[in-house]
Design a protein around this ligand. Sequence first.
Ligand code: NAG
Ligand code: NAG
Length: 507
Amino acid sequence: MLPGPCRLLRVPVAPVAALAVALVSSLSRCSLLEPEDRVASALSPYFGTKTRYEDANPGLLLDPEAPRRDPQLLEETCTPVQLVALIRHGTRYPTTKQIRKLRQLHGLLQARGSGADVTRATGGCDLGAALADWPLWYADWMDGQLVEKGRQDMRQLALRLASLFPALFCRENCGRLQLVTSSKHRCVDSGAAFLQGLWQHYHPGLPPPDVADMEFGRLRINDKLMRFFDHCEKFLTQVERNATALYHVEAFKTGPEMQNILKKVAGILQVPVNNLNADLIQVAFFTCSFDLAIKGVKSPWCDVFDIDDAKVLEYLNDLKQYWKRGYGYTINSRSSCTLFQDIFQHLDKAVEQKQRVPRLLFAFSVPPPPHIEMVHSSQPISSPVILQFGHAETLLPLLSLMGYFKDKEPLTAYNYKEQMHRKFRSGHIVPYASNLIFVLYHCKNAKTPKEEFQVQMLLNEKVLPLAHSQETVSLYEDLKNHYKEILQSCHPSEECELPKVNTSDEL
Ligand SMILES: *[C@@H]1O[C@H](CO)[C@@H](O)[C@H](O)[C@H]1NC(C)=O
Ligand SMILES: *[C@@H]1O[C@H](CO)[C@@H](O)[C@H](O)[C@H]1NC(C)=O
């Protein structure tokens, strides 16, 4: 029996409550704090992993639900047979660690003496006092959880993908959706919100019910796949728990670029420079991004920085991603090879299922019935849509494994200027709700009767040229061939095993 259409198991009780965002805006003292979005949007290209999806995809600012078809996407002679999507969770709250640092900084501002000196020094606009008054609306419980804006990111992404690939997201396929997620709340919640978006696609105008009440809502948690970095002993030892692995990040924090910002910010906020450090500065910058992404407001924290500061702080963020998730160490990307293999296993299976069908039909009916074409195209692929919800830390290693965004020179503490035009910019690659999608197509060549399978990759809904050819599409076989080494040699247990220590001497 075919899976049923997408319907409710239970009748929904109440629509999702609209989140009321209380805008506290008691700060009109400083001329810098006009209600315009200008400063925030001037800094937003530099928010790195805290970038809003729409800042990486500016077209969405106009209509986030309108499907935006990349003209490079295949059509006509090819039909999509499978889609495998890796999706980073949507916009989230700061982590408890970040919130504590922000509270520390806020405390510094409140403790500082206010007075004539301050006002004189800053030309009547005391940003430090404004910031001391600006409410700290982040509480420990928020700890990195998905926010309402993050749910919206996911619902809108679902709507766009469903309109972009109607044949894959058709009602008949509802029961065949495969959803996998990391165990983190923000990822589970992202998966649920994505399903609500699909619900809206099938039932426009009806408020989406609770995911537990949807027939297609079955999220499977798989941390070995989506949080492979937590399960790779070699990565944990050599990088995660290794105090010296992030040498360049630490060196950059105390280097001249950061020291300049430290002095400048100490002057603006009228606090002793010794009370500040790079981590506090970074959290102040992040707060500008959080206030914008979560609340949609321009925070006075944004006024502390200009664009040159933002570029330095972006580099600090990218340096960490580079050494911990990217090309800095081989194990960073190698630890994702199981996920890479998993993707190709799905694609292999779809190819096999698609190929097997006509042979079977021909075997059982001679001559082939006139409706062969219809029978052929309606044969089910067991998993036409696979959705995997994870983290920036899931996507970056995988993209590095595949050879994307690799600069000629490594990012170091000492080449900030040389790396101004680097490829490795996490804000472009892995903003909130970023997504890497593999689309498998079945194509009929008009000239020859040959059928073939082709693949396209999309990053954040734009076609990503293949690393081996720079083309926008590849024969599936060619792609597999290019990644042959990884596909064949990746054995997770060996990949992540620590080098053996020869203990036979002691025995
Ligand atoms: C820690 O990182 C440094 C720098 O990459 C490396 O030389 C060292 O071997 C690492 N330590 C461990 C235990 O892997
Ligand atoms: C371990 O050490 C022993 C004795 O020193 C040596 O004979 C043996 O070849 C070593 N094994 C490996 C795998 O290095």
